[in-house]
Design a protein around this ligand. Sequence first.
Ligand SMILES: Cc1cc2nc3c(=O)[nH]c(=O)nc-3n(C[C@H](O)[C@H](O)[C@H](O)COP(=O)(O)OP(=O)(O)OC[C@H]3O[C@@H](n4cnc5c(N)ncnc54)[C@H](O)[C@@H]3O)c2cc1C
Ligand SMILES: NC(=O)c1ccc[n+]([C@@H]2O[C@H](COP(=O)([O-])OP(=O)(O)OC[C@H]3O[C@@H](n4cnc5c(N)ncnc54)[C@H](O)[C@@H]3O)[C@@H](O)[C@H]2O)c1
Length: 462
Amino acid sequence: MNAAEELVEDVDLLVVGGGKAGKTLAMDTARAGGRVVMVERGMIGGTCINVACIPTKTLVTSARLARRAGSAESLGLRLGTPRVDLELLRAHKDGVVSDMVELNHRQFLDSGMDFVLGTARFVAERTVEIHLNDGGRRVVRGTDVVINTGTTPHIAAIPGLAEAEPLTSESIMDLRRVPDRLLVLGGGYVGLEFAHMFAAFGSRVTVLERGPHLLRSEDRDIATALAEYLREDGVELIADVTVKEVVRERQTVRVLLEDGRTLTADDILAATGRDPVTRDLGLEAAGVRTDDRGFVRVDDRLATDAPHTWAVGDVAGSPQFTHVSLDDYRIVKANIAGGARSTAGRLVPWNLFTDPELARVGLTEEQARATGRPIRVAKLPVKAIPRARTLRDTRGLWKAVVDRDTEQILGAALLGPESAEVLSVVQTAMWAEMPFTRLRDGMIAHPTMAEGLNALFASWVD
Ligand SMILES: Cc1cc2nc3c(=O)[nH]c(=O)nc-3n(C[C@H](O)[C@H](O)[C@H](O)COP(=O)(O)OP(=O)(O)OC[C@H]3O[C@@H](n4cnc5c(N)ncnc54)[C@H](O)[C@@H]3O)c2cc1C
Ligand SMILES: NC(=O)c1ccc[n+]([C@@H]2O[C@H](COP(=O)([O-])OP(=O)(O)OC[C@H]3O[C@@H](n4cnc5c(N)ncnc54)[C@H](O)[C@@H]3O)[C@@H](O)[C@H]2O)c1
């Protein structure tokens, strides 16, 4: 029997994959009285809370504490040598995750949506067949359909890498031992957060990055400063490198570089980006097209090529952050209701949770200069901020770029403690199109890291 012949259930909204955007839209629509089916193949609450942001940031907190405890004497405390207990650490991380999963599940059910655990595949326009996790199948058609199936770790096509069974951002969080030597392939978000974390847990870590320097999208001074701190904390960084082959020999992984060097380690982490989850979705049957990397093709309203079919979050090629997925929800919600909201011109915050953390919004200096407009550049070493001194956490560099004529802030990169929090102040000023002078001259509580904005916007280097 094909889909057309069997019983098709009609609903107002069908959400395929329960990521951040989809689950929020599903709950909203159900609470407002709409008939909603959301299909999720396993991770209740999506990638972020199960295997990405939440568990990693939980472990980052432990790594920071381990690093701080190691220098507790500078804070007047004698704590002894910190030791990582992996079982305790995992229990801590799993506890945070399971609490959030439970909360999400309860909210799904309370909203009144039909939350279906199963794997969806399109069989016709706006119609999916669901193989239920506990057996059986259903066919559901939505008046509107939202695709929110996310991404999974990419394994680069390097000879021997897949056969070497590399760790991914998911499996590394379930390790039963701290590797003595860990190689990290890729110096991006995943690579650097785990590299710094595992260095604090006691691994000897080497990051291999094929780009000319770490964090290519950042200004050179900021990327160089972060690289220096990572090195101080024992992370070896090798940039501009090409990995030729990976060989697993029992407990050892050998990596052959194009320049003839060979590196060995206990494990290798694949951290070279993420692939869209679209391959087995039957998108052709839905009339939905993908780009050459497999991401769903959308316009700036997040509409796909098929009528009343939308895509959101990572799978739609949006910048891969949970807050972006949440913003995609706002856009699609407005557009399903007949609006014309666009992704164009969004101010996206980028936060890298190393220690210190790096937070950026808007243009880098390099990007601002490329626009040709007259700019001014401000820089402040974090050690100039009194709060950093009281934290005994003075590593870092803050930087901002403003338009010389309008005095509006074009962008900021904050490398230092609590940067991700302080960045929201700068972002708010940018939303409000305030002149930088408001942050330079406004009264900000002492001693806070945000107070450093007074000094930053008075520290012009150009
Ligand atoms: C290690 C790591 C750390 C990160 N840390 C941060 C961070 O600190 N801050 C931040 O903002 N971002 C972070 N990110 C990025 C963030 O996790 C993603 O951008 C975000 O989770 C994407 O959400 P999404 O809405 O696209 O969908 P997802 O949350 O990925 O949800 C997609 C869901 O669809 C389901 N699914 C897939 N196919 C099917 C199918 N056929 N049928 C049914 N269900 C299906 C999947 O099981 C999954 O639950 C991190 C990513 C990684 C890998
Ligand atoms: N704090 C956060 O918000 C956070 C944390 C983790 C992940 N994320 C999201 O997840 C996405 C994926 O993270 P990611 O780190 O996997 O990807 P990424 O795109 O951030 O970084 C991948 C890095 O690997 C390098 N690379 C690619 N192929 C290589 C090769 N063969 N050899 C050596 N280096 C190679 C790239 O040059 C790049 O620097 C991020 O872009 C980010 O959006 C966010």
